[in-house]
Design a binder for this molecule. Sequence first.
Ligand code: AMP
Length: 421
Amino acid sequence: MIPAIRGTHDILPAEVERWQRVESVSRRLFERYGYAEVRTPIIEREELFAKGTGETTDIVQKEMYAFTDKGGERITLRPEATPSLVRAFVEHNLEQAMATAKLYLFGPMFRYERPQKGRYRQFHQLDVEVFGVSDPAVDAEVIDLAWALVTELGIPGPELVINSVGCPVCRPAFGEALVASLGSDVSRLCADCQRRAATNPLRIFDCKVPEDQALIDALPHSVDYLCEACRVHFASVERHLDMYGIPYRVSHRLVRGLDYYTRTTFEILGTNLGAQNALLGGGRYDGLMKDLGGPDRVGIGFAAGLERLVLALPETAGRQVGPPDVFVTAIGEPARDVAFQLVRELRQAAIRADIDYEGRSVRAQMKRADRLAAPLVVIIGDEELSRGQVRVKDMRSGDQVDVARTEIVAFLRGRAAAANK
Ligand code: AMP
């Protein structure tokens, strides 16, 4: 057999109910907060992410599934959703169409990373973005939505971490402070960090190399280098979170792996997830739309990994598709035709009905009904049919009763409704 590609995974019936639960809880919540769904293509032009996500990010430098298509265009499988949503917003002039542009998206993302628990090459995100609102109240609302999501899903022990990475006014001074603070120690950092120190010092905080961590922990904090406007903004985000009673911790290391963030960044971490413990992450990106050639509109949003939300769900969630209400068995050819028609009628009447497709013995059919744990079995035989009847067996009590073929759907609807109460 040809196996699946490394870093991809199938979502099987045993776990799909957990996925559906995450999706339906999120969808309901997003709509309550006034977000509308958007679906964008999985393939985009490579330059959308080179420009959007940022040339110096790990995603663009190392992880993109980019290729030249048959028409000679550079294409990539999207590694994240934000640039796509910004593109769609501008391309379709959604600003005109929506009072407040609040968008959400579900879908697969692709990054060529080293696979491990909670980290895949094809994974799935839900993504939330608000365009055109600069008030810090919206930062707090987006964080509140993220917090509501993990709490409504019943995920135990979430931890909210926030930071401010400043803006183009104050960030250069902070970058210089990082380089100055490192001094000659920069040569003790990994090769990636040495490159980062020269091109984009903030990215040093993305480093995962264990030997580098002590030096990085001792670096200056971005919140101490904020300009007045960024300082006031961050204080207001904190004040709103305090007002909502949402607990958080400020972490100076939280710069997030993307270049476009300005001011607020945040993550929610889960427990029992191993090394990949970020359930979701996001922040404000006030310059992105303009950098991509659109109007000068600010933005804020977050993305959550669906695999990680599913992994973090409490154990009680999750079941395979339940047993049918009714299993229909048939003895003989004419009876089989009636049985298939009946199953169809039952399903149209919103009754979960199942049947054996292989025309096996009655015993084999009853065994299958038992295995599926069907509470009721309909038995259609030539003799009953000639009387215009079918037989219904209650599998728990063993009781049997003959019911007219014309009455059977109504009869079973009544029984199924009583059982599902
Ligand atoms: P990012 O787009 O890197 O900010 O990631 C946002 C969220 O997506 C993370 O908090 C994870 O939950 C999830 N995520 C990112 N990369 C992966 C991956 N390779 N595999 C699974 N989930 C991921």
